[in-house]
Design a protein around this ligand. Structure first.
Ligand code: HPA
Length: 265
C-alpha cells in the first residue's frame, strides 16, 4: 500500500483541506486539535523520519474550528541528507488526499532591528539563496512553476486579520533560505540584508516549491528566535534556538490556531 492508501484505510471518512507543517516552536499546535488521531510517519511509506532533536515525526489528523486538517509534526531538512525533495512524497500525498492549503511554520533569525527575538512574521516572499530545487528531474511543462504569489496574498491578509483579532503583533517579511546546518556568517547576513531579506532559516522554501508545483496555496510563518549572526552578542546554537522557540511558543500557537479558525477557503 502507498501512503495515501494507508491514510484512506485508517481514516475513511476524513476529508482534510488544510495541511500544516509544525517547525521548531510550533509543536504545541497539536494540543489545540480536537479529536486528534496520530499516525507515525513510519507507517506511511515514503514519509521521512526526521532526526533532529526537538522535531517529532507523526501525522496528526483532527479539527480546529470548523476545519478538518492534518498536521505534520516534523519535516526532514535538506541539511540532513543533501536532498531538497525529502518532503515531496508527503506533500503530494496530502494534496491528493484533498489538502488545498499548506500552512508552514519555522524558527528563523531576524535581520531587522524592528523584528526582535520573540516576534512572529508572516512570509511575503522568499529568497532561494541556495538555488536548490526539489523539482530537479521533474518532467513536463508544470515544472516551470511560477513563484509569483508563492505565499498567497489572500491568505496573508486573512492571517493579519486573525492577528488583529487576537491583539498579537504579526510582522510581514521576506525569508532567505540557507541549507545549513551551520549558521550564517556575519558577512552573509549583511549580504542578505542588502538583498532584501528580513529573516533567515534552514527550511520552508523547498516545501513551498513542492506545494506550488502540486497546486496548493501556501501560507507561512516564522518565529524569530534570535537576531541573525553578527547583529547581536548572542551565541547562536541549536539549544539557544530551541530555548527561545519554547519561550515564544504560546503566542505563536495561539495565533496559528486563530488563523486556522478564521481561514476562509
Ligand atoms: N539562522 C538560520 N536558521 C535559524 C536561525 C538563524 O539565525 N535561527 C533559527 N533558525
Amino acid at each position: 500500500m502507498n501512503a495515501l492508501q494507508v491514510l484512506r484505510q485508517r481514516l475513511p471518512l476524513a476529508r482534510p483541506r488544510i495541511a500544516v507543517i509544525l517547525g521548531t516552536g510550533w509543536a504545541d499546535l497539536a494540543l489545540r486539535v480536537k479529536d486528534p488521531l496520530r499516525i507515525a510517519y513510519a507507517e506511511l511509506p515514503g514519509f521521512p523520519l526526521p532526526g533532529v532533536p526537538g522535531h517529532a515525526s507523526d501525522l496528526v489528523w483532527g479539527r480546529i474550528g470548523g476545519h478538518e486538517l492534518v498536521l505534520l509534526t516534523g519535516r526532514q531538512h535538506t541539511y540532513e541528507t543533501g536532498d531538497a525533495n525529502s518532503m515531496k512524497l508527503a506533500l503530494r500525498t496530502l494534496y491528493e488526499w484533498g489538502c488545498e492549503v499548506l500552512v508552514q511554520t519555522n524558527a528563523a533569525g531576524s535581520l531587522q532591528a524592528h523584528i526582535p527575538a520573540g516576534s512572529l512574521m508572516v512570509l511575503t516572499d522568499h529568497i532561494n539563496f541556495s538555488q536548490r530545487s526539489p523539482l530537479i528531474g521533474e518532467t513536463g511543462a508544470e515544472r516551470f512553476v511560477s513563484m509569483v504569489n508563492a505565499y498567497d496574498a489572500e491568505l496573508r491578509t486573512q492571517a493579519l486579520s486573525a492577528a488583529d483579532v487576537l491583539g498579537v503583533k504579526l510582522q510581514s517579511g521576506v525569508y532567505a533560505w540557507c541549507v545549513g546546518p551551520q549558521f550564517e556568517t556575519p558577512a552573509e547576513i549583511r549580504m542578505f540584508a542588502q538583498m532584501g531579506a528580513d529573516a533567515v532559516g534552514m527550511s520552508t522554501v523547498p516545501e513551498t516549491i513542492i506545494a506550488r508545483h502540486a497546486g496548493m496555496r501556501v501560507l507561512a510563518f516564522s518565529l524569530l528566535t534570535n537576531m541573525a549572526a553578527g547583529l547581536s552578542n548572542e551565541v547562536l546554537s541549536h539549544r539557544h534556538t530551541l530555548a527561545q522557540a519554547q519561550a515564544a511558543s504560546g503566542p505563536a500557537c495561539a495565533l496559528l490556531e486563530q488563523v486556522i479558525v478564521g481561514m476562509e477557503i
